[in-house]
Design a protein around this ligand. Sequence first.
Ligand code: SF4
Length: 362
Amino acid sequence: MESKPDIRALDAPVLTALFAELGEPAFRVDQLRRWLWTAGAEDFLAMHNLSKGLRETLNARFSARLPRVVDEACAADGTRKLLIELDDGARVETVLMPRVGWREEEADGGPAPEFHDTACLSTMAGCPMGCAFCATAKLGLTRRLAAHEIAAQILLLRRHSERLRNAVFMGQGEPLENYEATLEAARLLLGPLGMGARRLTVSTCGVVPGIRRLAREPEKLKLAVSLNAPDDALRDELMPVNRRWPLAELLDACREFYDLTGRRVTFEYVLLGGVNDSPEQARALVRLLHGVPHKLNLIAYNPVAGLPYRAPRDSDVERFLEITRRGAYAANLRRSRGAEIAAACGQLSLRSATAPPEEPTT
Ligand code: SF4
């Protein structure tokens, strides 16, 4: 078992101080970070543009190993889910969604087709937010992930995709309740991992202070909000976060996000059969979102064993879509991916967190 500290846990200032202590010039830090974050290298001794002495010193003191992939599943639609094990044995899932079809806005504000793959990154092992329909919620919080543990998921997923361009902080955990690490991970994605800010989305269940803070960050990341109910009574029941920050406060923060960033918020609405999918609720949703520049993604629920919710009927989904499309802003039905490998929305669960160690499958 590797016991040396993970070199990827050291940020640029810490590496700069370390290299100064070792008598190495500052530009070596950039060289090392390119090996670690751009090339995804795991062997110091193969980093040929570093001196032999430095390579050996780093190799003696640190590990460059990426988290271990302990299980892997691929759905017929190409969605791939990796179960990874972190240094302390905590396990999280990370998902690659192929040609997910999400759209970027062109300069004129019109939609453009999007054909790149998307990474769905976990920011916590488990989750403390307690959403009633969510598999991860059943597991509670094991721990928050560090920035390098979040960003390293991209390196693991890139082994399976050459066109991975988008990332959404939306896997297990609530990113805005792990704010510093999520932002630091985003900075790694924007820096040595070479991704663009328009391709990074932070998805929240409605942590209002985090939304207001994110709106003021220079990185200008995109925001998605998991809404799932058109009124406080139902949302209180489905998403305990709503008791702390009810809809009026949440939508006020979303309006401010748009005012400060110029970016429309994407609202995600998971349709739960017989719970939030009636025509009245569709109309209430249109009224609720009136005046908030947004995109609306409707997602048909994927049933989770042990939870009392069912998938909506196709006819109810179509009717809900039709009504919300008559609202002022764009509404789409987003096909949920990877349902048969439990990689779809609300299905990521930490069977992993408590499972005994297994042999790697890759
Ligand atoms: S839906 Fe997201 S925020 Fe809610 S419990 Fe699940 S992982 Fe946590």
